[in-house]
Design a protein around this ligand. Structure first.
Ligand SMILES: *Cc1c(COP(=O)(O)O)cnc(C)c1O
Length: 359
């Protein structure tokens, strides 16, 4: 009865990638689990890393609450920090760490009643121009946090805008500016996202914050690390048909056969998170053979070229991305990044494989 579309999640690969990130960086590493672990399922992924990871990071408080409810006892950092003063009580109650990146959040901590014991990560804007205190404000913000009597410790952090561009000087400028502005301040340092870990050894300090690399998608252009893909998004061919030369296919007739073309209909579409904007020629694999998307992706199905794969047919396995079809390759065709493709996956069941659990 059930539709043969599924995202397999390889928890052994997730653990492998976490260990790789931590080893490359040195020090400790928070596994970034925001956006439902980049579409991989935050609860099961965090549980697979519990006891291995030094801690976790999520975007906002509700995501942290969900991890605590799933049974995660390790430290959890809330990367966007709180939105209202009363959220501080939740931080205390659930023993969460929070980022403080602007004056309003600093004041919420100062004005909080009682004697909370909150771990704070004070964020500097070293060149991204988005969240974070201006570099010259860092010493004063740091002093106010310590003077508030409400924090257990202050970790100093910043975030890179262009760490996935190894030949661009922006990251080096960010590192140098951050170091200069914080040189007199006590506390651990955390600079690296995945691209920082993979491309910028100088930025590796006390704590890394790897996200995308945990899921096996290398953000660097060379993508030469030994990361293992965690998600395999797959479906099946449920019908086939021949198009004669000149016949159009699908909405908008974005593909017209230039030779007799055997088309496979596949039971997955943009409502499942496969991007509608994927053009003709986007790579897919059918029963392990590389072929291509043809025609426009619909809500519930898409179409692939089976002309050169006579052994394939109804029931053939179609990989949209995973071990064989790189999610980075699909993202490049689509004009986006692996992050967006992965965290958009929905409607398909997530099926976990865990070698460690079945031993
Ligand atoms: C999302 C996020 C990360 C992880 O980034 P990746 O590029 O996925 O490794 C690290 N730090 C902060 C502040 C983030 O928001």
């Amino acid at each position: 009865m059930s539709r043969p579309s599924i995202a397999h999640i390889d928890l052994d690969a997730l653990r492998h990638n976490y260990r790789l990130a931590r080893n490359i960086h040195g020090g400790r590493a928070l596994a970034v689990m925001k956006a439902n672990a980049y579409g991989h399922g935050a609860g099961p992924c965090a549980l697979a890393l519990e006891g291995i990871a030094d801690g976790f990071a999520v975007a906002f408080l509700e995501e942290a609450v969900a991890l605590r409810e799933a049974g995660i006892r390790s430290p959890i950092l809330v990367l966007e920090g709180v939105f209202a003063g009363q959220d501080i009580a939740t931080l205390e109650l659930l023993d969460l760490w929070t980022v403080v990146h602007h004056e309003e959040q600093l004041r919420m901590i100062e004005l909080h009643e009682g004697v909370p014991r909150i771990g704070v990560w004070l964020k500097a804007d070293s060149g991204m121009g988005r969240a974070g205190f201006a570099l010259q404000e860092m010493p004063a913000a740091h002093a106010r946090l310590l003077a508030s009597g409400k924090v257990t410790e202050v970790t100093l952090m910043t975030h890179f805008a262009r760490a996935d561009e190894p030949d661009h000087s922006a990251t080096l400028h960010q590192i140098t500016a951050f170091d200069a502005a914080t040189s007199t301040l006590q506390g651990d340092r955390s600079l690296c996202n995945s691209a920082g870990v993979l491309g910028w050894p100088r930025a590796c300090r006390d704590w890394a914050r790897p996200g995308i690399m945990l899921y096996g998608a290398d953000p660097m252009p060379a993508a030469n690390s030994s990361l293992r893909p965690v998600m395999t998004l797959e479906s099946q061919v449920f019908a086939t048909r021949w198009l004669q030369t000149g016949e159009p296919l699908g909405y908008g007739a974005t593909f017209v056969a230039t030779r007799p073309t055997r088309v496979g209909l596949v039971a997955i579409g943009y409502a499942d998170g496969y991007p509608r904007v994927a053009p003709n020629g986007t790579p897919v694999a059918v029963d392990g053979h590389a072929t291509r998307l043809v025609g426009r992706v619909s809500m519930d199905m898409l179409t692939v070229d089976l002309s050169d794969l006579p052994a394939t047919g109804i029931g053939s396995r179609v990989e949209l991305w995973g071990a064989q079809v790189g999610v980075n390759d699909v993202a490049r065709r689509v004009g986006t990044v692996s992050y967006e493709l992965l965290c958009n996956v929905k409607r398909v069941p997530l099926a976990y494989r865990d070698g460690a659990a079945s031993e």
